[in-house]
Design a protein around this ligand. Structure first.
Ligand code: NAI
Length: 531
């Protein structure tokens, strides 16, 4: 068994007055340290703050289902086949030799976290992130979902042309047992016209309320039939066009529910799925870029205290961009332009070759450097007071994204990025990056991470420590801790988006550690520096 797929008994114990273990829970006290900054007349007055919190994590990992919308696509079928390969320990022959299944590319299954150092030697100790708190093992996920294409799952895997033949051959009988995807909602206006030929497995009629109820019934049935405690509902279907945000239609929870009842044309399939999951009390994650989470969906999730997260998997080019842009700006170098070009030949690329769907992807890919630029007003001029439109962003690098459909390259996406920057005293630097890999093999582990993390976050509650004892409450419904895996992270309305990959990872690690009563990450390592 590859180490990324290995199960390890729960062996981590934190000995501290801040951490307590019961049969049911891990309880941890955490001091949230920050600083209030008041700016007046060009003077900054900083006051350190500290708020004590308690976290309560349910230790028992429930039986978890993953229902994917678009299960028959490249990501969906690849995820199912690779989980089955791991579960049944299927190894296969490639021209390089025998390949073992693994979970490489999953931050939760294949990366580690530093928990401290050995007394005496000071040697740092790292453990798998998945061992910090009890998390569902991917092999235990119960898989199911919907697709507008009724192609059986073994054939869908073949159609995707992602996995090696020898793996496909061996995993096909297991995939065949999954049968066909459940029929789904198809509103042709939302995805490219070139997808129409695929749509042979659709829920009939145009009544959106009936569609909502149909999907809710599917979720309930899947849960009951498989004896599940929790289902993560995951959009990995085609990218839709943006929905217009129309006052009275999708701006509030009640307006949105009324618009579904009246089958309003601006309610997309992904929004119907999100509403279905929210009303069933099951988390919904959007792995594509469209604005599924119109304001009415967010308001509904808040009202129902049901979890949502997204948007758009941050797999290759954008992940690198959120590292490189941060590196450049933090190094005091000024990117003047970032030009990104992609071509790919899978069905996602085909769908994105239509303008409205490309637009969704373009928006999602474009905002990724905004926070780094905003954080450095030495390099980039701040917006003038009261500036509107584009000028409201202040000075900004030129940023362009191009995506082209080239069928021959299939799932093997090519991404070329040029970073053109101003360096010391008028100098210029050009960095070019060429990235080539199977798109779905980068994306699939992210679906796993998002699912595993989402399930975990549903088991964590918190309360502020104060004189009047309060009950533990669930986390806020918009799960911004999923940001690390998302190109355009959904955050609580009115709060800042963090795109920097390093900061996103730090937040995630620090949160997991907080839940066991350990301080966040410090690279200070004072003991190695000053005595
Ligand atoms: P794909 O085109 O192979 O699969 C999408 C599947 O969704 C298809 O089987 C299609 O029949 C189905 N579908 C379309 N509309 C549907 C609906 N209303 N209900 C149910 N099923 C529906 O695409 P792929 O490569 O699997 O990507 C899936 C999504 O993930 C796309 O939106 C893509 O933009 C997004 N994504 C993919 C990344 C990657 O690296 N592969 C990275 C980031 C995002």
């Amino acid at each position: 068994v590859h180490p990324t797929a290995a199960r390890r008994p729960n062996y981590l114990t934190v000995q501290s007055e801040n951490t307590a273990y019961t049969d049911e829970h891990i309880l941890a006290k955490y001091y949230n340290r920050g600083a209030d900054v008041v700016v007046a007349d060009g003077q900054f007055t900083v006051t350190p703050t500290v708020q004590p919190f308690e976290f309560q994590t349910t230790r028992k990992v429930g039986k978890t289902g993953l229902m994917m919308i678009g299960i028959g696509g490249n990501n969906g079928s690849t995820l199912c086949a690779t989980i089955l390969a791991n579960k049944h320990q299927i190894s296969w022959h490639t021209k390089e030799g025998v390949q073992q299944p693994n979970y490489i590319g999953s931050v939760l299954r294949a990366s580690t976290v530093r928990i401290g150092s050995e007394p005496g030697t000071g040697k740092e100790v790292h453990i798998p992130i998945s061992d910090v708190l009890p998390m569902v093992h991917p092999n235990d996920l119960v898989l199911g979902g919907w697709d507008i294409s009724g192609t059986p799952m073994d054939q869908a895997m073949k159609r995707s042309r992602v996995l090696d033949y020898d793996l496909q051959r061996q995993v096909a009988p297991h995939m065949a047992l999954m049968g066909r995807p459940l029929p789904s909602i198809y509103y042709p206006d939302f995805i490219a016209a070139n997808q129409e030929a695929r749509a042979d497995n659709v829920i009939p009629g145009n009544d959106k309320q009936a569609h909502l109820e149909h999907i809710r019934a599917d979720i309930r049935r899947f849960k009951a039939e498989n004896g599940l405690d929790r289902i993560v509902v995951f959009w990995t279907a085609n990218t839709e066009r943006y929905s217009d945000i129309i006052p009275g239609v999708n701006d509030t929870a009640d307006n949105l529910l009324a618009s579904i009842k009246s089958s309003h044309s601006e309610v997309s399939p992904s929004t119907v799925f999100a509403v279905a999951a929210i009303l069933e009390g099951e988390p919904f994650v959007n792995g594509a870029p469209q604005n599924t989470f119109v304001p009415g969906v967010i308001a509904l999730a808040e009202r129902e205290k049901s979890f949502i997260g997204g948007d758009d998997l941050k797999s290759g080019q954008t992940k690198l961009k959120s590292v490189l842009a941060e590196f450049l700006v933090n190094a005091g170098i000024k990117p003047l332009s970032i030009a990104s070009y992609n071509h790919l030949g899978n069905n996602d690329g085909h769908n994105l070759s239509a303008e409205p769907q490309f637009k969704s992807k373009e928006i999602s890919k474009s905002s990724v450097v905004d926070d780094m630029v905003d954080a450095n007003r030495l390099l980039y001029k701040a917006p003038a007071p009261g500036a509107k439109g584009k000028a409201a962003k202040g000075e900004h690098p030129d940023h362009i994204v191009v995506i082209k459909y080239v069928p021959a390259v299939g799932d093997s996406k090519r991404a070329i990025d040029e970073y053109y920057s101003e360096i010391f005293c008028g100098g210029r630097q050009t960095i070019n990056i060429f990235n080539e890999c199977e798109d779905s093999l980068l994306a699939t582990p992210l679906i796993l991470d998002l699912t595993i993390l989402t399930e975990l976050l549903t088991r964590i509650k918190y309360r502020a420590v104060s004189e009047t004892a309060t009950d533990f409450a669930p986390l806020y419904p918009v799960l911004s801790l999923l940001s690390y895996m998302c190109k355009a992270p959904l955050v609580k309305p009115g709060t800042d988006v963090v795109n920097s990959l390093g900061r996103q990872r730090n937040a995630l690690e620090s949160f997991l550690k907080a839940c066991i009563g350990l301080e966040g990450n410090s690279d200070l390592l004072l003991e190695t520096r000053i005595w």
